[in-house]
Design a protein around this ligand. Structure first.
Ligand code: ATP
Ligand code: MG
Length: 447
């Protein structure tokens, strides 16, 4: 079997071999090539020590990216290739991978330290595929399986638990039984792992093609670092609008929305406030008053705890807070929301509403989707017409207002805002004379 490696990778391997060292492409790039997916980076493993690698590429740019772990990065024609010396990890403690590594002589030992069989294959044109742990078979069966004893491998490094379900989601794989059981059993040890690292894996999991199904099977794992979701698992909605529990509804919404981080996160968190807000009438009808606001506060706390960047957090919290809005395609609402939220956020809200509705009881779906579609059309029409949405687009500016007699100071800003809302609400045209006339009518100018 031949793998079509990029020319710089093939050249790097040949160069190391010419210097007398074994070298192979290894890990994710081999897995992705076999799956017909585009690898995002190419890693090389070699018996040469980092100093020897540098020597082999004398004259080329080699950066000491992780020299303590035996890794250097070769910049070959602008393509970064990580070259790592055969190694295994030193003693493990606290469920984390160790700082110190030990170099080993044989490729097989290097492959044995890798997390999953599908990540533990190496290849060179000289030797062909080297697959000591049944990686190809697991790839064919679409299955994640630990190299070696899963309990031991997850005990060594709890991040592997997240990597396991992240790969399952991204590749739409199942998890082999013993691996799955160990992952669930040891999920609580994730608390030893830095939140930033968990977060990266969690977002990738959410954006995977198999996110819905992976979360359905392995909800116990995210529940370790987002315990707030536990209450949604069995929260029955008890009304005609819903056919799923809150958790199942959330999962459907995640599966229905485009795989972009802000959207998937918003879908994941949109109804997290429901269990806390649930009330049931005497007739047995469930209500969830204010769950958007409660949910937005919860989302804010969770995302801070998970050390999300401010922008992502603010965007997601805003969507959670605004979701459930009843769109009014005719009238002033499209222009108002467009002004208040901006085009990008409003488009995200529309996407969230669609996913939400698609995950509700089917008898209301068609009518609600139609309404959302009509709202979106109205909004897009406004955007196309380049209607005036920001102060910058207004046909008058602060200087014009001063010249017209608005007193210097905060009154200028207030007057501009007032004019803007008049224009976006369709009360007056965005024309100089109309705007100045409007100022007079509102008694904002000194005569
Ligand atoms: P992707 O780049 O899509 O995340 P990948 O498999 O290349 O997938 P990396 O994190 O780039 O993942 O790691 C490269 C290789 O290093 C993996 O394929 C695996 O063999 C090994 N590896 C990475 N992290 C671990 C870990 N925590 N435990 C054991 N092996 C690991
Ligand atoms: Mg990689």
């Amino acid at each position: 079997m031949r793998i079509d490696m990029p020319a710089p990778v093939r050249a790097a391997i040949s160069r190391l071999e010419a210097c007398g060292w074994q070298a192979y492409a290894v890990g994710g790039c081999i897995r992705d090539s076999l799956l017909g997916r585009e690898p995002h980076d190419w890693d090389v493993t070699t018996e040469a020590l980092p100093e020897q690698v540098k020597e082999a590429f004398g004259g080329q740019k080699v950066i000491e990216t992780g020299i303590r772990h035996g890794t250097v990065t070769l910049l070959a024609d602008g393509m970064p290739i990580e070259i790592t010396t055969f190694r295994h990890d030193g003693a493990y403690k606290d469920h984390r991978r160790p700082e110190r590594v030990e170099y080993v002589r044989r490729l097989q030992e290097d492959l044995a330290r890798r997390d999953f069989t599908v990540n533990a294959m190496a290849y060179s044109d000289r030797t062909g595929m080297i697959d000591c742990f049944g990686g190809r078979e697991d790839l064919k069966a679409h299955r994640m399986r630990c190299v070696g004893d899963p309990m031991q491998r997850f005990e060594e490094d709890a991040l592997r638990i997240m990597r396991c379900i992240r790969f399952a989601s991204e590749l739409v794989f199942t998890v082999e039984e013993a691996t799955a059981e160990a992952a669930c059993t040891l999920a609580p040890t994730l608390s030893a792992i830095a939140m930033e690292r968990i977060r990266v894996e969690f977002v990738r999991l959410l954006c995977g093609a198999g996110a819905e199904i992976t979360l359905r099977h392995y909800r116990r794992i995210p529940a370790v670092f987002i315990p707030e979701i536990r209450d949604t698992f069995c929260c029955d909605q008890q009304n005609d609008y819903h056919i799923y529990s809150v958790w199942d509804h959330i999962l459907h919404a995640v599966g229905q929305i485009e795989p972009r981080p802000v959207l998937r996160l918003a879908a994941f968190f949109h109804d997290i406030g429901k269990p806390v807000c649930k009330t049931v009438t005497e007739e047995g009808w469930g209500h969830f008053y204010h769950h958007e606001h409660v949910g937005a506060d919860m989302t804010d706390k969770i995302m801070r705890r998970m050390k999300f960047d401010n922008k992502t957090r603010e965007q997601v919290v805003r969507l959670v807070k605004t979701h459930g809005i009843v769109f009014q395609p005719t009238g002033k609402q499209p222009a108002r929301l467009l002004r208040r939220m901006g085009e990008e956020t409003l488009q995200q809200l529309i996407a969230l509403e669609r996913a939400d509705v698609k995950s509700q009881a089917p008898q209301f779906r068609a009518e609600r989707l139609e309404r959302i579609g009509a709202f979106e059309n109205a909004m897009q029409k406004l955007v196309k017409e380049e209607a005036c949405f920001s102060l910058r687009d207004l046909a008058v500016n602060g200087r014009d207002l001063l010249a017209a007699g608005v007193p210097r100071g905060p009154a200028v800003g207030d007057a501009l805002e007032m004019l803007l809302s008049q224009v976006t609400d369709g009360e007056i045209a965005n024309e100089r004379t109309a705007l100045l006339q409007c100022l007079k009518e509102h008694n904002l100018v000194k005569d």
